[in-house]
Design a protein around this ligand. Sequence first.
Ligand SMILES: [Ca+2]
Ligand SMILES: [Ca+2]
Length: 274
Amino acid sequence: STKEYICKKAKGQGPPPQPPTSGPGWNDKCGSWMADPFNDFCYLFNYLSMRTWAEARADCINQGGDLVSITDPFEQAFIHGVIQTTPTGISLWMGGHDSVTEGGWEWTDSSPFRYIHWNAGNPDDYFGEDCLSILINSGYWNDDNCQNKRGYICKRRGRTPEPPPPHDGFMTALVCQNSLAVIHCPEESVINIQSAFYGRKNDDTCPHFGESGGTCTVDGILPIYRERCDNRPYCVARAHIEVDPCPTVSKYLEIVYSCEQKVCLHGLGVEDGN
Ligand SMILES: [Ca+2]
Ligand SMILES: [Ca+2]
């Protein structure tokens, strides 16, 4: 007889969502903005629209970001590497300013102002410079007149993929030939077999006859144990096979598995429902 059953699927296991559009320079994390592969952030480089520092910042906020902050040498190297390829210009606006307290530099996006990369002799507050720009050629920083019209760099956080559903890591069950072991998972989780080996790879595992145990690999093992164990809270794994391709070698069974939150690992309708 057939019984009905309900499946539950962990978040993030479906196909990845499609990006809303595509095209050259498009990426999943940042869309049309540039992604730094070593952090979670996205950057927009405006070389051509020249704005005061305040106008530049307003434009970045309008686009869902803020003027760029640089918080470590890796981000500095990334930014400098990109702007070096720009055809023209002296410097670009960043999000640093000391307009609240003279000499008390801060980032508009609230990042801590710890890493610094000042150009020699700066900051010099020359005629009251309170806004931070980055020199295109050298990558060094300058305190600059906020009313100057410059290109600018925006920064925002990128979309990061959801972490995989939690599990307890991989475990190994070792069963010598003709013995059996019960593989089990903690409450509310089920077995998910990663790999299965039956045979002998070395002399050190399980008893064997003679000086050397020989080697043997029995093919087609994985589907058998997956059928017996996958998606169940426990199963009996017996180190035995009906048709033995190498009867003179004493073998062992090695199953690598994880315990996953209850999910229908094979999709709706495949399970027998028992
Ligand atoms: Ca200043
Ligand atoms: Ca200066």
